[in-house]
Design a protein around this ligand. Structure first.
Ligand code: GDP
Ligand code: IMO
Ligand code: MG
Length: 440
């Protein structure tokens, strides 16, 4: 069977670029959508004919009944969060089932988040002397710590009651002792935890399988897989603005290790970028806006966290960071979202380079002190000052909006394949060359 073109789709910035909407639009062209990293720290919003869904763990593809969803081995899975998301989707009328003939599959090798992961994260984030990251408090970091320490519980072990009981007893003893000694935290009860998680395991069991086999079989049979990233490239544990990052490999490389599909089968890489930039939580942000324009973007773009409700920090497009992000991901196509949010900006500054000690540079510092020395160099483009909301053809965008996108494309090192002009599925422009790639 000829191999058809799969794709990795990921955030090019610090998350919340609108991946959910774009995965939903694109999933019509794919047979399977597979999440490869992160956990329920993600919040992916999809709006279909005015109805809003926020998916945290389950890939957005499942909103189309003909598309299969996979939660890969690279994900850290909170069983309670998973079951509550399945329940919500079923209540919305979607027939989400696992097993043969089902639509949703969970890797038997994914790591499990347990209550002590959240307990330790909350205590550590607020402890004196620790660098506060501003995490989503979902236990993501401590769960990945246990994975790398070879001390974690995998989904396959969750399904084995005697192993589960032993693991919870041992882990609670260790984590309760550490958390109490370091942070004075009250201990968690292992008996109650075992009972709750054994019950959850029974409900999870029908969804569990070897998803690496499932995905490779699908590709061999000529199906197309979309590898859905969570977070964004600049939150990647290796390549992001460390330590103000998440604990997983959110870059395109994570799709390989996080699903068990090799790099030659990935097809293409699609980066999603806002027409400006936002970030939630702490960490460097060279183009952050500190005047009333930030309020305008936040209000028009509804820039509040989909998971935590925190206001997102807003800034102008940062081309050095976008070029870096495109480089580390080998991004071939860009999707530019939230063009409509800038409809009222009379002028739009774009950072084209950085200046350090009076010299122009494109180097992205590896250490946080390096970011303090950066002076962003802006070029100001003229705003289009009219509505782009809902425009579905590039040629129908105001000329100044077309010029903004052409400039962005020229400077970013990747081709623009789609432009989003509103949160709904239909408020999207697909450029002809990209449409051709999608049909391959
Ligand atoms: P994700 O985490 O990358 O999936 O993004 P989020 O869902 O956390 O945040 C993106 C927000 O922007 C959501 O509320 C989307 O409904 C919304 N959105 C996506 N694309 C557009 C767009 O082109 N215009 C506007 N106005 N909103 C958009
Ligand atoms: P989506 O998939 C935006 C940020 C948190 C924090 C840092 C570490 O919706 O784009 P964590 O809980 O992961 O240990 O927090 O990473 N963060 C996100 N920011 N969008 C996300 O996901 C994020 N997931 C984590 O705010 O700064
Ligand atoms: Mg989000």
């Amino acid at each position: 069977m000829t191999q058809r073109k799969s794709a990795v789709i990921l955030g090019a910035q610090w998350g919340d670029e609108g991946k959910g909407k774009i995965v939903d639009v694109l999933s019509g062209h794919f047979d399977v959508v597979a999440r490869y990293a992160g956990g329920h720290n993600a919040g992916h919003t999809v709006i279909i004919s005015g109805k809003r869904f926020v998916l945290q763990l389950i890939p957005c593809g499942v909103l189309r009944p003909e598309c299969k969803g996979v939660i890969g081995n690279g994900v850290v899975l909170d069983p309670m969060a998973f079951l509550s998301e399945v329940k919500k989707l079923r209540e919305a009328g979607l027939p989400i089932e696992g097993g043969p003939g089902g639509q949703l599959f969970v890797s038997n090798r994914a790591q499990v988040i347990l209550p002590y992961h959240r307990m330790i994260e909350l205590a550590a984030e607020n402890a004196p002397g620790r660098t506060k990251i501003g995490t989503t408090s979902r236990g993501i970091g401590p769960a990945y710590e246990d994975k790398m320490h070879r001390n974690g519980l995998r989904v396959v072990d969750l399904l084995n009651p005697s192993l589960l009981r032993t693991h919870i007893n041992n882990a609670c003893h260790e984590k309760n002792t550490i958390a109490h000694a370091l942070f004075g935290t009250e201990p968690l009860d292992p008996k109650q935890m075992y009972e709750e998680y054994a019950r959850a395991a029974e409900q999870l069991a029908p969804f569990v399988t070897d998803t690496a086999v499932l995905l490779n079989d699908a590709i061999r049979a000529g199906q197309k897989v979309m590898f859905e990233g969570a977070q964004g490239a600049l939150l990647d544990i290796d390549h992001g603005t460390y330590p103000f990052v998440t604990s997983s490999s959110s870059t395109a490389g994570g799709a390989v290790t996080g699903t068990g599909v090799g790099p030659t089968r990935m097809g293409t890489v699609i980066g999603v970028t806002k027409a400006y930039v936002t970030r939630v939580g702490e960490g460097p942000f060279p183009t952050e806006i500190n005047d009333s324009s930030a309020e305008l973007l936040r209000a028009r773009g509804q820039e509040y966290g989909a998971v935590t409700g925190r206001p997102r920090r807003c800034g102008w497009l940062d081309l050095p960071l976008l070029r870096y992000s495109n480089m580390i991901n080998s991004t071939e196509w860009l999707v530019v979202t939230k063009m409509d949010v800038m409809d009222e900006c009379a002028e739009i500054p774009v950072c084209t380079h950085y200046k350090v000690d009076g010299k122009l540079t494109d180097t992205i510092p590896a250490d946080m002190r390096g970011f303090d020395l950066i002076e962003p160099v802006f070029t100001t483009l003229k705003g289009w000052s009219c509505s782009t909301e809902g425009v579905t053809e590039f040629e129908r965008l105001p000329l100044l909006a077309q010029e903004y996108l052409t400039f962005l494309e020229k400077e970013s090192g990747a081709r623009i394949g789609m432009v989003s002009t509103g949160p709904d599925r239909d408020q999207t422009i697909t450029l002809p060359a990209f449409a051709e790639t999608l049909s391959a």
